[in-house]
Design a protein around this ligand. Sequence first.
Ligand code: GAL
Length: 690
Amino acid sequence: MYFGTDYYPEHWVYPYAGTPEEPESRWQRDAELMVAAGINVVRMGEFAWGLYEPEEGKYDFDWMKRAMDVMANAGIQVMLGTPTAAPPIWLARKHPEILPLDQNGLARHEGTRKAYCMNSSVYWDYCKKIITELATALGKHPQLIAWQIDNGLGGHETESSFNEETRRDWHAWLQAKYETVERLNEFMGTRFWTQIVTRFEDVPMPMKSPTVYNPSLLLDWMRFSSDTIVAFVRMQADLLHELTPGIPVTNNLRALTRCFDHFDVADVLDFVGIDSNATIKTKSAENACGMDMLRSLKKANIKTPGDDGGFWVVEQKANNVNWQEVNSLVRPGVVRLFTYQAISRGATGVLYFLWRQARIGSEKFYGGVLTHDGRGENRVYKEISHIGDEIKLLGPILQGTSVAAEACILFSHENEWAMEHGPQPNRYFNQREHNQLFYNALHDRNIPVDFARPTEDLSRYKLVIAPSLKLLAGGEADLLKLYVQNGGTLVSTFHTGLVDEHHIAPDNGYPHDLTDLFGMEVLEFDPLPPGEENHLTFKGAFPTSHLHPAKLWCDLIEPKECQILATYAKDFYAGRPALTMNTFGLGKAIYIGTMSHQHFYYDLIVWLRQLCNLFPLLKVPDTVEVSLRQKDDTRIYFLLNHQNSPVRIQFYKPMHDFLTGTVLQGNYDLPPHGVLVLDERMAQKQGPAA
Ligand code: GAL
């Protein structure tokens, strides 16, 4: 298990620390404090280009080598960043064409970070040069165990640029995709408002325009911009693999909030690295959902340092952030709780952002492990040192364990892009909120969840939930059918199969290509404004704990072979099906034609659990989050109390707690923000404590 921090040695030299005689002397103290806190890895250098190459072609990596040597003496490993997220000022002054142009064609200027166009060949060449020099100078340092490529991909809304070089690449991308301009016109539907082109070079980039672009064009633009990011990452990954074979590469991804295909980026990386922004206001299930999404980006061919598998949190917030309206302190115990949440969901490395509150720059009031004074007497340092002690105990036990899920939620960026751009049937519909309703219901019942693209092999899952796949490519529909045909249970919803991969609506009924799977057809749909509701009337054995509303969207379903589980209670479609189930091959295809409140999804999961033989990990009160890491017959349970008050848990069987070495049985009060790491097998061997 790697336990670490993001360290900026360049911030801690004279005059900010050290002395005129020994400007770097503080590094030694930092390393001592790190060791005392149980830290065994640091990430460094992701913004250091301007110090590595203060003038073009004049390199200085010695200072970083000295910092790595200090870490070596302390037994701390190093992850180095490639510094391409912060090009030096001289580069932008010499080549202003690298600056990204926005939708208005205006440059976003140098002087901060991320001011580069990823289609610029000049920028690519400079990146290759600095990475080659860096890897040559430091790539053989014995402390180096991983690279982080760039930093915060797509951050600060830099996913797209509108430079002339971007235009060139865009046209080449379109030509590779469509081959002929006739095909492009056909699939993009350029007859609409007759925006027909006769040459690829005439296809516009979606710059500021009087009104909305054709969604087909926008969708391709998003795909192209995403491919640009993937190519930029691949360029760096290939170079690093060549220069430092065997050293894995990663990036610090966010929970799928940025506009590029995170699955594609993860394919290029050796392991997934993430930023976790868990702060005082974070809802535990939302954070868990983000972690599960990010873990799911890479399910095979994972190569982490130490071959532990899983993923790394390369930036776990140590305390308050600085970008909220009010940046309150993270309460005692909460950083520990979120650290365990990450570990419980598969993290094999957790690094806190950042080691010490910087005295300089725009992030100086961002909470760190150390405060500005650097003494190591502060609350957060003590808390993290305590976690460090625990991790030393847990590391060997967790070795080789991972998270296994039998339920899966489908997610695709293309689908989300199709729902975000252009006019929508209901602007109040939000795909992430819809996903979260299903996720919460599984999470709160302690059923592990993976996320997957619709194109993945789903056969390992007993239950697949596919909320609102508005965009459904022909191949994707076939894979869903295959999954059900072979015995899977699929749950789909309204807003499914309304367009194909070209953003063309079907002429053979909704949901596109799936009417046979669901044994019904959606003839019309009625989007409802917020506050206006219909209701569901249930038939048969579906358990209903509440009166369930139908909100935001009501599909008008024409049943064919399907069974009707619920109908609408009112309006001109009263009595028509709202919830259906169809047997298809060996499996079941369930369709929910509307959106409801959270209670409905809880009821749904209770029903589905029985239908699919899914079992909750442990029976504990709803407010306790439970996750499991396992390997062969080792099963390690994590119980997290996200409440500010104690929760009483009843253990029917003795459970051994790794953190305290005690055996728990009968009633136990898990303290506010408390954590238990339990094992059933060892407890049975040891028997209950006296
Ligand atoms: C991250 C970034 C860090 C820091 C942090 C602040 O995304 O990688 O450098 O800026 O955000 O929240």
